[in-house]
Design a protein around this ligand. Structure first.
Ligand code: A2P
Length: 289
């Protein structure tokens, strides 16, 4: 049985979902989704900028009946492209994602980035545009076409800014979060405001050779528990109530990444949280004002 968390919107979300960044191509996506459903995944994370929504929609349409599942049994997240910030553009972009995924509602829709580094028009401001995007997400949420809304790559500053005018507090903030990049202040802020923190790059493998998967403390705990380093890193997050989105195209990795039915000790968690490393492996959103 999959572990779930309840978002502030009252919606249950699995703590482990399949990440699909860079997973492209019809047959690869079909086989990855099939392996994931087989392994027990019920949550799938995509985004307009991943350019795989259509293939994911096609695969789910075909595979759900084969697994005896219905739409309500799975949790689908997509995200607003940074190029589509603004009220009207956000509304249209949401409809586009919905139609690509061939769905009538999404479970979670996120603002992917707080803005873009180089805006096309000199008059445009990220701060204004993302405020308008949030208004659009609030209106979509109120219309019932999405069960929860949130943001991604938001710093404490971006969230403080949003909360000044928000009528719906974001249900989720999806960010890079792992023992080499703890973001303690952000986690504390999100906990205080009832915003669920969701981790991406849990395995740190957007870089060629992951320093996280080779961290000696991670390896030591993994060996003691007879688990893989990836499982230790994922369990470190889920044991704190942080959801994870490991991505993989390898069936045995897909399978092991959801087998987190073990506990780290309090000492293990403290040790991994106290490595004292502050190393980002994905892009840095703090430059966007
Ligand atoms: P692969 O597709 O060969 O499994 P992240 O989610 O942190 O971005 O990491 C994704 C990367 O981690 C992918 O390159 C993926 O490669 C690799 N990966 C996923 N699961 C595992 C695992 N259990 N063990 C080792 N590497 C993994």
């Amino acid at each position: 049985m999959q572990q779930v968390t309840t978002l502030a919107s009252g919606v249950c979300m699995p703590l482990v979902g399949l990440g699909t960044y860079k997973t492209r191509g019809k047959s690869l996506i079909y086989s990855v989704i099939k392996a994931a459903l087989q392994a027990g995944y019920r949550a799938f994370d995509t985004a307009a900028v991943y350019r795989n929504e259509t293939e994911i929609g096609d695969s789910l349409k075909q595979l759900l009946p084969e697994f005896g599942l219905e739409r309500k049994d799975i949790f689908i997240t997509s995200k607003l492209s940074p190029q589509d910030h603004g009220f009207e553009k956000s509304l249209q972009a949401f409809e586009w994602s919905l139609s690509n995924l061939q769905l009538t509602y999404l479970d979670l829709y996120l603002i992917h980035w707080p803005g873009v580094q180089k805006l096309k028009s000199e008059d445009a401001q990220n701060q204004y545009l993302r405020g308008q995007s949030w208004k659009a997400l609030e209106s979509i949420y109120k219309s019932g076409k999405v069960r929860a809304i949130g943001v991604s790559n938001y710093t404490v500053g971006h969230l403080e800014d949003l909360l000044k005018t928000a009528t719906v507090v974001p249900h989720v903030n999806q960010v890079e979060y792992h023992p080499h990049y703890l973001q303690k202040d952000l986690k504390k802020f999100c906990d205080l405001k009832g915003i669920h923190l969701q981790a991406y790059s849990s395995l740190g493998t957007t870089v060629e050779v992951s320093p996280l998967l080779q961290d000696s403390k991670v390896l030591c705990i993994a060996s003691r528990l007879s688990r893989s380093p990836a499982q230790v890193l994922l369990r470190w997050a889920t044991q704190q109530g942080v959801s994870v989105l490991p991505k993989s195209t390898n069936t045995s990795h897909i399978t092991e990444n959801i087998q987190l039915d073990f506990d780290l000790t309090a000492e293990d968690i403290a040790e991994l949280s106290g490595l004292g490393i502050s190393q980002k492996y994905a892009w840095d959103p703090s430059a966007i004002h």
